[in-house]
Design a protein around this ligand. Structure first.
Ligand code: ANZ
Ligand code: ZN
Length: 847
């Protein structure tokens, strides 16, 4: 077949690449380049958004290969997690089966895309070979104190019977079950990520090739602040407490203190509750509702007056309340409420009729801001009212610093740097995760499993008919002998948060089958990831956890120090969107229609003739019937069309809208390129004057396409390639020159449309694979633009322009100007009064 038969062409080249093991990465003397896209969760099918993500990585990988780098471009599966278990509960299957089936399906969809992936390195995080090494890493971290056990207040989903991570709590409800989340105290494993807060914050400054917004999000998440830890003496000692230690980041507002609030889990609150049934009931009630800041922000502020008071060092006393919005694991679990400047405190004070005292007035208009919960600006000067440290006109920051000094001098408290970042609780009461490799022994306590017994494998024979963790009710799995004393003991049944799996996979790819978490030689050669690509939804947790793990792996001897920041460059890509086609039913509710069921010319539903409403560029969602399946696109147009489309039109960081007409147009263009190459291959035209012009256009195409790829502006590269194809089409150059230009076109297209590029390359008699040919370099001499466009002004108004060689003598330019049509029309056969040529800039004609 001579036409653009995508199915054959693409299968042929994929097979050829495979057989040549073109993408297999081995250590070598060549400089290395590691490109990684965030690995997918095997949810079922690949999505067109995945196609965009992997195509971007593939463009970089292929471009770097052609540029002489030894490229590592791996792929794997982030395969543990609740959806597998939920599917098992819903349909009676097994999470393992569900997961590996999905992986097979998705791999099967991914391979036809022709990605330059080293599939020999593929793994799924649910492979015992992977998670066994994760367990080894866990034990090494345990050894170094980087993971430990602590009582923690967790989000408890009473329906799924599991602890939820904060981000799994949405509006106070479990993300899967939708049940109202409760707070529960459990002994949990935690990673000591906060011990690295300072380093994680400082090093952000070195990540020059990360998006600014991601660095800022990380910075805010780490949330460093300097505040005051201060003790308020109890007016009357109670339950062995003489005072209450609070933490504040705004000691400058101490004058506005109107009450003390304790977390329900605060030791004093608990002690009081033990003899006060009402308080006990209040505390129990507060446990309903998540521990996320968002949940606490939204929940109605509620409190319980303990009747106790503290002495206010500024005079008088303050009542002690227990309040639902104070967290036990932040600061000291107690605060002073300052209703004048904190919205939560203000809501609380209004509800319980507590005083509101202003501490400053704005300098500009002098109006007090009481009752608006306006926090004194840190960098703007204000006028303070009776400020304890005696400041008058000062910024918030100056007042904070002065108040900390003031409190320290009086022995009231000490300045303290605090991070919002809390240690990362990793215990999950689920089956489909990496078992935590420890044993509980009555005699020895918590004992690490011996490394030679790893992996601690998940049992296959589990049931999901009842909620809760199947590992807990397995008849035998828990029963083991203590690794220390040998007596009967119990296995830990908690598994690890699935974020653990994705926190070190990039390191494992450097030696996916090593008998240790990594192999230092391989890790040292391949790390760091030179270019990481993924969705901005992972900007905070996944990246922060990975940065922590890279440090932990360095401290446990699994990564070199140079890999403590694992990702040199990060790119966050936009989504692929698609229009939603909707009508409304008689109740005004939206009814969605599949693209193939509507007629876009008449904007109607084909079957009923109803007029459709088009919502452009919407996020794809099954329920809105606007999902594009890559498999359909590949079947009708081929992978190269899908790849080219997702790169064109929009800058990679922005969303791109998928349209049927755009896909059609893309395919037409590629077919045209194919035909052009076929014609050129056959043509036999002698060399001529147009050859030089084509050589210049080729040089410019090389330059601009390369710049586009280097600058992550693939859409610009694509646009240039369209233009270059047109130039080639129109060119009268000889056959030899055209063949040369087409070969370069194939090379420049190869990162985006690799199959078509190989096809053309071989048509042109190119040697080996297009990918193995060195990336073309533009001849600098051909890039110099040696002609200029001169505007022609007649009596001060621009009327025309001429293009002339840069070095054309004035006299020749003058002669050309006089022949210009517009000039001749105005001169009507006469001579101009004046003709002034400013070389390289402008021509002025005065008549
Ligand atoms: C007095 C005050 C006055 C506060 C004011 C704020 C504004 P960031 O800055 O995010 O770290 N806080 C302290 N511990 C808390 C806990 N365990 N649960 C809930 N809230 C707590 O937040 C620090 C501020 O959050 C602290 O400063 C404290 O309220 C509150 F105009 O103290 B502030
Ligand atoms: Zn023991």
């Amino acid at each position: 077949p001579t036409g653009y038969d995508t199915a054959n062409i693409e299968a042929k080249w994929q097979k050829a690449w495979d057989e040549a093991e073109l993408f297999r990465a081995e250590r070598s003397d060549a400089p290395k380049y590691y490109v990684l896209e965030m690995f997918p969760y095997p949810s079922g099918r690949i999505h067109i958004g995945h196609v965009r993500n992997y195509t971007m990585g593939d463009v970089i990988a292929r471009y770097k290969m052609a540029s002489g780098f030894n490229v590592l471009h791996p792929m794997g599966w982030d395969a543990f997690g609740m959806p597998a278990e939920n599917a098992a509960m819903a349909s009676g299957g097994h999470p393992k089966e569900w997961t590996y089936n999905n992986i097979d399906v998705m791999r099967g969809q991914m391979k036809p895309l022709g990605l330059s992936i080293d599939w020999s390195r593929e793994f799924a995080t649910c492979d015992p070979e992977y998670y066994g090494q994760q367990q080894a890493l866990f034990l090494d971290m345990l050894d170094k104190g980087l993971v430990y056990r602590k009582p923690a207040i967790v989000n408890w989903d009473p329906v799924d019977m599991t602890v939820l991570a904060n981000e799994q709590v949405i509006d106070g409800k479990g993300w899967r079950s939708g049940a109202e989340v409760e707070r529960k105290e459990l002994t949990q494993w935690a990673f000591a990520i906060s011990s690295m807060a300072e380093d994680l914050l400082d090093s952000l400054g070195d990540l020059k090739d990360w998006p600014e917004k991601v660095r800022l999000m990380q910075e805010n998440w780490i949330g460093k602040s300097r505040g005051l830890q201060m003790t308020f003496a109890l007016s009357q000692p109670a339950h062995g407490h003489d005072g209450i230690e609070i933490y504040t980041t705004r000691p400058d507002t101490l004058r506005g203190a109107s009450f003390i609030a304790l977390a329900p889990e605060h030791p004093l609150a608990k002690a009081l509750a033990s003899e006060n049934a009402d308080l006990a009931a209040f505390n129990a009630d507060v446990r309903k509702g998540g521990t996320t800041e968002e949940a606490l922000e939204k929940a109605e502020k509620r409190g319980f007056d303990t009747g106790l008071t503290v002495e206010n060092p500024l005079g008088g006393t303050l009542p002690i309340w227990v309040a639902n919005f104070v967290l036990m694991d932040y600061g000291t679990g107690a605060i002073f409420g300052c209703p004048a400047h904190d919205q939560r405190d203000l809501d609380f004070a209004r509800k319980y009729d507590l005083s509101v005292t202003d501490t400053f007035v704005a300098l500009n208009d002098g109006t007090p801001v009481a009752g608006t919960a306006f926090v004194p600006p840190k960098t703007e000067k204000v006028l303070w009212i009776d400020q304890p440290a005696g400041v008058e006109e000062a910024t918030g920051q100056e007042a904070i610093d002065a108040t900390i000094d003031w409190a320290e001098a009086r022995g009231l408290g000490t300045g303290k740097t605090q991070y919002r970042l809390r240690d990362w609780g990793l215990s999950r009461q689920r089956y489909w995760g990496c078992p935590i490799p420890v044993v509980h022994c009555d005699a020895c306590g918590v004992v690490p499993e011996k490394k030679e017994n790893l992996p601690v494998e998940l049992p296959d024979d589990v049931t999901f008919d009842v909620p809760g963790n199947p590992l807990d009710r397995h008849p035998t799995w828990r029963d083991v002998n203590c690794p220390s004393c040998g007596k009967p003991a119990r296995r830990e049944t908690d598994t690890m948060d699935t974020f653990v799996d994705s926190s070190w996979y990039y390191a494992r790819f450097t030696a996916p089958h090593a008998q240790t978490p990594t192999n230092m030689d391989d890790a040292t050669y391949w790390m760091n990831v030179d270019q990481y690509i993924g969705g901005v939804e992972h900007a905070i947790l996944h990246l922060l956890y990975s940065r922590f793990f890279a440090r932990a792996m360095n401290e446990t001897g699994h990564l070199p120090a140079s890999a403590r920041e694992p990702f040199n460059a990060l790119f966050t890509q936009g989504m692929v969107t698609h229009a939603i086609f909707q009508t409304r039913d008689d109740k005004g509710r939206a009814v969605y229609h599949l693209p193939e069921d509507v007629d876009l010319d008449t904007r109607t539903v084909k079957a009923t003739g109803e007029t459709i409403e088009i919502i452009p560029s919407a996020k794809m969602s099954k329920s809105k019937k606007n999902v594009v399946d890559p498999q359909d696109i590949i079947a009708s147009y081929g992978a190269d069309t899908a790849r080219w489309f997702v790169l064109s039109d929009s800058p990679p960081e922005r969303d791109v809208e998928w349209t049927a007409s755009g896909a059609e147009a893309t395919h037409k263009h590629l077919r045209r390129v194919h035909r052009l190459a076929t014609d050129v291959a056959r043509a036999d035209r002698p060399a001529n004057a147009a050859d030089a012009d084509l050589a210049k256009a080729t040089a410019r195409a090389i330059q601009e396409v390369t710049d586009g790829i280097e600058g992550f502006a693939f859409n610009k590269s694509v646009a240039k390639l369209y233009e270059f194809t047109n130039t080639l089409h129109k060119s009268d150059a000889g056959a030899e020159a055209r063949r040369g230009a087409i070969k370069v076109l194939a090379q420049l297209m190869s990162p985006m449309t690799p199959h078509l590029a190989e096809e053309i390359w071989s048509m042109m008699g190119g040697e080996g694979f297009v990918l193995s040919a060195p990336w073309p370099v533009a001849d600098p001499a051909l890039l110099v633009d040696d002609s200029v466009t001169l505007p022609i002004q007649i009596n001060g108004k621009k009327r025309s322009e001429i293009v002339v060689p840069k070095d054309m003598p004035k006299a020749e330019i003058e002669a050309l100007v006089l022949q210009d049509e517009a000039v001749q029309r105005i001169l009507e056969g006469g001579q101009p009064k004046k003709l002034i040529v400013v070389p390289g800039r402008i021509v002025n004609v005065v008549v």
